[in-house]
Design a protein around this ligand. Structure first.
Ligand code: GL4
Length: 794
């Protein structure tokens, strides 16, 4: 084991040295930021050795490497990650305590690196963690956005977006590489060669990603856009001060902001440019590195496995062909073959609006050479397969089809999703290329999502089965034998209670609300979307509130409902749902009749760090999407791993979670994916469902009458009408079953012994949902990359 053990005294010395020498501060004037940065730099010093060692081993092994191309990496904070992977958490605590500082406060000062929207970006971050833990040589490639996902504020219950500024402070973990730059062209003409009209520079910034016990570290390389000409001196000298900075502003715009939506075609030129920008820079980097090691370009696919995280980097197909054919003189047909052998594509959604299509005119103007290559790819595909599926159609370039045709392997992200990919979006291509679509069910890193965020449960597990579960999560199965032991169950619930108290304190600090840690903590955290049905959750909450009011002396199980999540700024309905949740919460929380038994809290600005406080404290996990719509979900796995029970539909990875934890330990409700499709064909299905559900009808009338929007009774007419007229996500059809199942949850929660067994079994049986297992699957079935880790030492 290479657990870099560092004595607290040595760490403290290093912290003080960085405070003075790197930050130019003395202890008297040091701020929290200074201390946090000094600790980070001191720990970063310890990362460099394993990082260099891994890089050397990678080059020596001369084997295949993974390149994970992703528009998004939703990393969150890194300091704690590094501290635990180095085995330096205790030393850090001690070193800081002796300086009069509190470790937890210092780590909480770090802003989240929010370079992603939600599940897709967070999955990429979990994959980086697992790749390093498994010692698979890999690079993550993405964009170094200056502004990550927007900050969410509430004003009178409405979502307000404010630009986020994580780079306003020094980002301690990265190393700028001013010498690593590539030119990225746009527009222009093709006269034999492509002559772009416009060029920007992609500049690399590297962050080491350390795996468990510091045994291995890979690199996350993010690209920042810079102008080729810093400053238009001519304009400046003519007195045009604004015009002088235009070239710089235009270039930098490319890496300025993360698009705040991963499920709608953001459209427009800038998004296309962002996608090409980071894909081209990454591929140029890969090909350059390959060449510098002296290999024959014809063997590229023996050394290079490129994974496309959704269609955002789908331009990689034509770009790699361009580099091979135009720059390295490889014959076109062979270039297509090599590129395909290198590339694989993960599909993350079936939502039609998320399958990118670019307007042909825009595409031709921006990437004229690539359009020619795509025509060649299409002709090759059509002639080889006799397919009728085109890549260029209806005056647009279809990126899903392009990614599929140019990948040797296409995977979905849960068993159900992969089957639906075969049957729906890519049914025809599946026939043209049988066997190309496979499944790799998502996973989450147990380092962040149990070890680090849930210290009480971590300690209990360590005491019970030892520590080997952290990088071998199947070991959690050993907990099963302890589930019949009353003492163990008590300890398990004590850990949960400690987390609930921590959350209660946190809520007190953050939103000024007092909550009862004995209540059931029922949590739905994720992006706000109609298909995820936060709307159904808040409607059911109102129905529950009505029931308590109707029978105030009933034996009600106290519940705290927590919502968290952001809506895309342009997604009107999602923003209405946020507004409604906040309005309902105001009314319910001030009702003296129900106050002790039902509370609704929606802390603003949900992010990775907030999830780390919420998930360990959950009793109930809400995974209630319309069946067939949530490709996988990964929050569902984090909750189950941390001993929450799920109320959920047969959607995404819920299906596999239920299979593994046992159907008796999962609260299932709702239509199946197949039933959903059938129900939509029935005439007036939503009106019928509402007419048959007195609970729902009453709730909808209350909302329509303005009960939750005093002074503005018409506020939610649009939302209510939507349910009557276009209930595409079948909120009305699943409502009654959901409500009845929630009542079962209430009853179950009161039987503490049984509940604690179910909760502990959820933890014990969630080992399969480790992203280590997922990455092993990719390595074996898609990449053919070995681990270079010598688990025994060095
Ligand atoms: C998503 C899916 O919506 C989500 O179910 C899945 O877990 C995640 C990672 O595979 O990918 N697809 C898109 S687009 N955004 C997501 O979060």
């Amino acid at each position: 084991m290479t657990n870099t053990t560092i004595a607290p005294e040595d760490l403290q010395k290093s912290i003080l040295q960085h405070l003075e020498k790197s930050l130019g501060k003395d202890t008297q004037n040091a701020t929290l930021y200074d201390w946090r940065t000094s600790l980070s730099l001191a720990l970063r010093d310890l990362v460099v050795d394993p990082w260099f060692r891994s890089t050397r081993k990678t080059y020596e092994a001369a084997g295949k490497r993974v390149y994970y191309l992703s528009m998004e990496f939703l990393i969150g904070r890194l300091l704690e990650d590094v501290a635990i992977n180095l085995g330096a958490e205790d030393a850090s605590r001690k070193a800081l305590a002796d300086l009069g500082l509190e470790y937890d406060k210092v780590v909480r000062d770090e802003p989240d690196a929010a370079l992603g929207n939600g599940g897709l970006g967070r999955l990429a971050a979990c994959f980086l963690d697992s790749l390093s833990t498994l010692g698979i040589p890999a690079y993550g490639y993405g964009i170094r956005y200056e502004h990550g996902l927007f900050e969410q504020h509430f004003e009178d219950g409405r979502q307000i977006e404010v630009a986020e500024g994580w780079l306003a402070q020094r980002h301690t973990w990265e190393f700028e590489r001013p010498e690593v730059t590539y030119r990225i062209g746009f527009g222009g003409h093709v006269n034999g060669n492509w002559e772009p009209a416009e060029t920007v520079i992609a500049n690399a910034y590297d962050t080491p990603i350390l795996g468990w016990k510091g045994r291995w570290a890979n690199t996350l390389r993010l690209w920042s856009a810079k102008p080729t000409v810093l400053f238009d001196l001519g304009s400046f000298n003519r007195g045009d001060l604004v015009g002088a900075v235009v070239p710089e502003a235009l270039a930098r715009a490319i890496s300025r902001v993360l698009y705040p939506d991963d499920t709608t075609e953001a459209g427009k030129e800038l998004r296309l440019k962002q996608e090409y920008f980071f894909t081209s820079a990454s591929l140029q980097d890969i090909v350059r590195r390959f060449g510098s090691e002296g290999y024959d370009i014809d063997t590229l696919a023996d050394h290079v496995a490129i994974q496309l995280n959704d269609t955002h980097p789908a331009i990689a197909g034509p770009e790699l062909i361009r580099l091979l054919a135009d720059d390295h003189g490889v014959e076109m047909a062979r270039a297509i073959e090599i590129a395909r052998d290198c590339l694989a594509y993960t599909n993350h959604t079936l939502l039609p609006e998320a399958l990118e299509r670019w307007d042909l005119g825009l595409f031709a103007r921006t990437l004229p050479r690539h359009l020619q290559i795509i025509e060649t790819i299409e002709a090759d595909h059509l002639s080889r397969t006799g397919s009728h599926v085109r890549i260029i159609e209806d005056h647009s370039v279809k990126m899903g089809e392009l990614a599929f045709v140019m990948a040797h392997c296409v995977n979905g992200v849960s068993a159900l999703h992969s089957e639906l990919v075969k049957k729906t979006v890519f049914a025809d291509l599946n026939r043209d290329y049988p066997g190309r679509i496979i499944n790799q069910t998502n996973g989450v890193t147990p380092r962040r999502w149990l070890y680090n965020c849930n210290a009480p449960l971590r300690e209990l597990i360590n005491r019970t089965i030892g520590e080997s579960w952290v990088d071998d999560l199947d070991q959690l199965k050993k907990l099963e034998t302890h589930v019949s032991d009353a003492g163990f169950l008590e300890d398990f619930m004590a850990a949960k209670q400690a987390n609930k108290k921590r959350l209660a304190n946190w809520l007190g600090e953050q939103v000024g609300q007092t909550v009862d840690p004995a209540a059931m903590f029922d949590i739905q955290i994720k992006r706000i979307h109609e298909y995820k049905r936060q709307f159904m959750n808040i409607l059911e909450t109102i129905a529950h509130w009505n029931e308590i009011r109707d029978n105030p002396n009933g034996d009600w199980t106290p519940r705290l409902k927590i919502f968290g999540g952001k809506a895309a700024p342009g997604y009107f309905v999602a923003k209405e749902i946020i507004h409604l949740i906040n309005d309902v919460s105001r009314v319910i929380n001030t009702d003296p009749v129900t106050r002790d038994r039902l509370k609704v809290i929606y802390p603003p600005n949900y992010n990775v760090s907030m999830a780390e406080v919420l998930i360990p404290a959950a009793d109930l996990s809400e995974q209630i999407s319309t069946a067939g719509k949530e490709a996988s979900g990964t929050g569902n796995m984090k909750f189950a791993l941390n001993g929450a029970l799920t109320i959920g539909t047969l959607d995404g990875a819920n299906v596999e979670i239920r299979e593994r934890v046992g159907e008796e330990n999962f609260f299932l409700f709702g239509l199946t994916a197949e039933e959903v499709v059938n129900r939509r064909t029935q005439h007036d299905f939503s009106r019928t469902a509402i007419a048959n559900s007195p609970h729902l009808a009453r709730v909808l009338n209350q909302i329509a009458d303005g009960l939750f929007s005093a002074g503005d009774p018409g506020r939610y007419h649009g939302l209510v009408t939507l349910l009557y007229e276009h209930d595409y996500f079948l909120v009305t059809c699943d409502f009654d079953d959901y409500h009845a199942t929630q009542n079962k949850v209430d009853t179950a929660f009161v039987d503490r012994r049984r509940w604690s067994e179910m909760a502990a079994l959820n933890t014990a049986r969630s080992g399969w949902f480790s992203s280590d297992r997922t990455i092993e699957g990719y390595a074996k079935d898609i990449w053919n990359t070995p681990s270079l880790l010598d688990k025994s030492g060095s």
